[in-house]
Design a protein around this ligand. Structure first.
Ligand SMILES: NC(=O)c1ccc[n+]([C@@H]2O[C@H](COP(=O)([O-])OP(=O)(O)OC[C@H]3O[C@@H](n4cnc5c(N)ncnc54)[C@H](O)[C@@H]3O)[C@@H](O)[C@H]2O)c1
Length: 335
């Protein structure tokens, strides 16, 4: 009998609860949210049991915990689960800042409790295949890897306020996938960004459109593009170029762009609407892999150590945007 807990039942927590309710080998779900009305509604919809507090959930004997609460709560909730020896899946990012992520990672490493981090792109069929092709050496020496993430519309501005900014909240997915595929550490980032949408982005010290150039050890360049207003749909692509060959992942019929070439009707659509429909299968595979972790299996996705490296990239990008100049990873790591 395997029972999982889910803490935090907003957009992604409710979706994870739905996904988990369809995963084989899972016998029960115990869920909670600061908002008990939300927990009761999600429980009723997906056949889970709602409890009124995190303490009650952690004391209930669950075999694993999914932390999908708002970002500022990740560190405390993950450590609370780990202190009880409960294998944990934490949504990205593992903490609000890189320094805090490093502290959380040190405590987790000391505990020996397995923690998987929610970078689901690693479980997407196309992205995973791209990684295998690179690892097999089929592209030769990599020179450029482009990663795009554009949301159809911004999340609620209350979410933006606590998100840590576009690099810690959104670009982290690009940083993780690019770093994972390249297989090298980043040495420097150069970030820029603008606000053309809701002025609250400026008030919260954030941007709605961003670009980052990441220089990797060895010389490969990562080119990352993010936007919060992309009405045609959820655009998530990876383009990898090597001296010998090139591949793309995410260029499917649902790629949310109109092709102006009259002789070519690709992509035919319908466009991906949002991360939930684009990554439904990846989320399922990712959470099924976590269920195996609760049974003693290895972590197949991003580890806490990966998440810390990604957090330093986000930190350096945030600082680079502030300064208007390139920032070396070593500099923020040693600050
Ligand atoms: N992997 C992905 O693609 C992906 C996508 C979306 C969100 N996320 C991550 O998931 C997290 C949640 O995002 P969201 O869009 O669902 O946010 P959301 O604002 O919709 O939901 C957050 C929920 O957490 C609850 N909550 C906050 N603090 C809590 C606490 N201490 N205990 C219990 N419940 C608490 C809130 O009441 C709310 O219901 C964020 O950290 C975000 O970065 C990841």
């Amino acid at each position: 009998m395997t029972t999982l807990g889910v803490i935090g039942l907003g957009r992604i927590g409710a979706f994870h609860t739905e996904t988990l309710s369809g995963i084989d080998g899972l016998d029960g779900l115990i869920i909670t949210d600061e908002r008990t009305d939300v927990a009761a509604a999600v429980a009723a919809k997906h056949g889970a049991k709602a409890v009124d507090s995190v303490a009650e959930l952690l004391a209930s004997g669950v075999d694993g915990v999914v932390v999908s609460a708002a970002t500022p709560a990740h560190a405390e909730l993950t450590l609370a689960a780990v202190e009880r020896g409960i294998p944990t899946f934490c949504e990205k990012p593992i903490a609000s800042t890189a320094a805090e992520s490093a502290r959380v990672a040190a405590a987790i490493a000391k505990s020996g409790v397995p923690v998987q981090v929610g970078y689901q792109r690693r479980f997407d069929a196309a992205f995973a295949a791209a990684k295998r092709v690179v690892d097999a050496g089929e592209l030769g020496l990599l020179h450029t890897i482009r990663s795009t993430t554009m949301d159809p519309a911004p999340p609620p501005m209350d979410y933006i306020k606590g998100s840590g900014g576009i690099f810690r909240d959104c670009a982290v997915h690009d940083f993780d996938i690019v770093r994972w595929v390249v297989g090298r550490e980043a040495v420097e980032v150069y970030a820029t960004g603008t606000v053309q949408g809701d002025p609250l982005f400026t008030e919260y010290g954030d941007v709605d459109t961003a670009a980052v150039v990441v220089t990797f050890d060895g010389g490969a360049l990562g080119v990352i593009s993010n936007a919060r207003y992309n009405a045609r749909g959820y655009d998530c692509r990876l383009e990898i170029h090597g001296f010998d060959d090139s591949v793309v992942a995410g260029w499917d019929q649902g790629a949310p762009v109109r092709n102006t070439d009259p002789r070519n009707d690709f992509p035919a659509g319908p466009a991906h609407h949002f991360f939930m429909d684009r990554f439904t299968e990846a989320f399922r595979t990712e959470l099924a892999a976590f269920v195996e972790v609760t049974k003693g299996g290895p972590i197949q996705g991003a580890t806490v150590e990966d998440a810390v490296e990604v957090a330093w990239l986000a930190e350096a990008a945030t600082e680079s945007l502030r300064r208007g100049a390139p920032v070396r990873i070593e500099e923020v790591r040693n600050a």
